[in-house]
Design a protein. Structure first.
Length: 449
């Protein structure tokens, strides 16, 4: 939101203020995403699941966000977007609470993976409905006015999900003496939060006269329109280098994602940093999030002044080169917590700065006819580019663990893995060579159409 604009958003008389539902809706959009894709990694590692198995199976949890465009049109066909949003919140309350119930069981891994996949499906559907409701319920002026509020509360969900809940789990691990019981209580708490959120929204999310199934829309028309947008997407100019860019620009980060948290908490004799679960929550939820936001804000300012074409290569370097800090942490295993935080801050700042170019390129490539649907396809390929490398990360770690480059017999799994990540940076540079961008796109004066 532009803080220099003192004109408050306008609302018809008697209509509920968006402040009553936008903050809670977008926190409900962020929390399950971080629960499924972040909390699961640390939780399963702490509960004794091997790296290869953990990374492979939690990688599959990305799938609902990958295939989301294939069922998103049907949300327009059945009931209302408000109804979909609230229903998904109730279902997530059930699935997350059930995770807490099954965690102390002997078959917790299979049972909770199924529940997390359901949560991911409910969350992806919630994203579709909530974003659609936002566009229907708000005027064009209010949509622009509250876009910053949406982003802010999604990031607050990141702080809570990656920071607060992890720190709570760490505290409970110490006080309760049981990892399974600690995480069980955390997910039961999440279930209660979503139950209260759903009940709150049944009261405070307005019923819009425009929020109804689209007239004249049938499954056959949906399939026909989807097929048309699918074909037009893959007929766009430069589709091959664009898809390669979407899949491989973030390859180093995708490789790191599943192993960074296990690296933080693994014992030093196994090559880790031996941080406590609470310390990991602090690093991820405060230091990492602040650095990510700062990098993203600076990246947006830079592109608005120089354009995407000018800043693509500096941002690609920013995204990749700070990964060397993980190599340093793995080689030297510092015990100074402040030094570790400084390294993570630098890496996350670089990632936030470099990620800006990626997101703007998706907007750039989606321009033209059916830009909304084409952007959904772009984000699906973005999710696929994170899903597949993450699934293989634990397996690669195990393979490289047996290679002793130093010759001194010290554990080399994480050291070798993070050097492999640095090698993956060449993929980022290679796909940047293939994309073509119009000069000036992204500058403040440029109109994105």
């Amino acid at each position: 939101m532009n803080t220099t604009d003192r004109t408050p958003p306008t609302h018809p008389e008697g209509k509920r203020s968006p402040w009553l539902w936008i903050p809670t809706t977008y926190m409900a959009e962020g929390l399950p995403y971080f629960a499924v894709n972040t909390l699961t990694v640390l939780m399963y590692h702490n509960m004794g699941i091997g790296l290869a198995e953990m990374a492979f199976f939690t990688g599959w949890l990305y799938l609902p966000w990958v295939i989301k465009p294939f069922w998103s049109p049907f949300v327009d066909l059945i009931k209302t977007k408000r109804g979909w949003t609230i229903a998904m919140q109730f279902l997530m309350a059930f699935s997350l609470g059930a995770v807490g119930l099954f965690l102390p069981s002997s078959f917790f891994f299979t049972a909770t993976l199924i529940l997390f996949w359901l949560t991911a499906f409910f969350s992806a559907t919630h994203d579709i409905a909530a974003d659609g409701y936002y566009m229907i319920e708000l005027s064009a002026h209010d949509q622009a006015a509250f876009v910053g509020v949406r982003s802010t509360f999604f990031r607050i969900a990141s702080v809570i999900g990656q920071g607060g809940l992890v720190m709570l789990a760490g505290y409970l691990e110490q006080t309760r003496g049981s990892v399974s019981e600690a995480w069980s209580l955390v997910f039961m708490l999440l279930g209660v939060i979503f139950l209260l959120t759903a009940l709150y929204h049944t009261r405070f999310m307005p019923r819009s006269g425009e929020d109804r199934p689209m007239p004249g829309v049938t499954p056959s028309t949906i399939m026909r329109d989807f097929a048309r947008t699918f074909v037009t997407f893959f007929r766009k100019p430069d589709i091959v280098p664009a898809l390669l860019f979407m899949l491989f620009y973030r390859l180093p980060e995708a490789m790191c994602l599943k192993l960074v948290q296990p690296f933080f908490v693994s014992p030093r004799e196994e090559g880790g940093l031996a941080l406590s679960t609470s310390e990991v929550g602090f690093v991820n939820g405060t230091v990492g999030v602040v650095a990510l936001l700062a990098g993203g804000i600076l990246g947006g300012i830079a592109i608005s002044r120089g354009g995407l074409k000018k800043w693509l290569w500096p941002m690609a370097l920013s995204l990749t080169l700070p990964c060397v800090f993980y190599c340093g942490l793995a080689m030297w295993q510092p015990e100074n917590f402040s030094l570790i935080c400084a390294a993570i801050f630098t890496e996350q700042f670089g990632y936030g700065f470099g990620f800006t170019a990626f997101m703007l390129y998706l907007i750039y490539f989606s321009r033209g006819e059916s830009k909304t649907s084409h952007y959904a396809f772009c984000t699906a390929f973005m999710a696929l580019g994170m899903m597949l490398p993450g699934m293989a990360a634990g397996w690669l770690h195990d393979i490289f663990s047996g290679i002793d480059i130093s010759g001194d017999g010290t554990p080399q799994g994480y050291v070798n893995f993070f050097w492999l990540v640095m090698l993956c940076c060449t993929a980022t540079f290679a796909v940047c060579l293939g994309v073509r961008i119009e000069p000036g796109f992204g500058k403040k004066q440029e109109k994105v159409s």
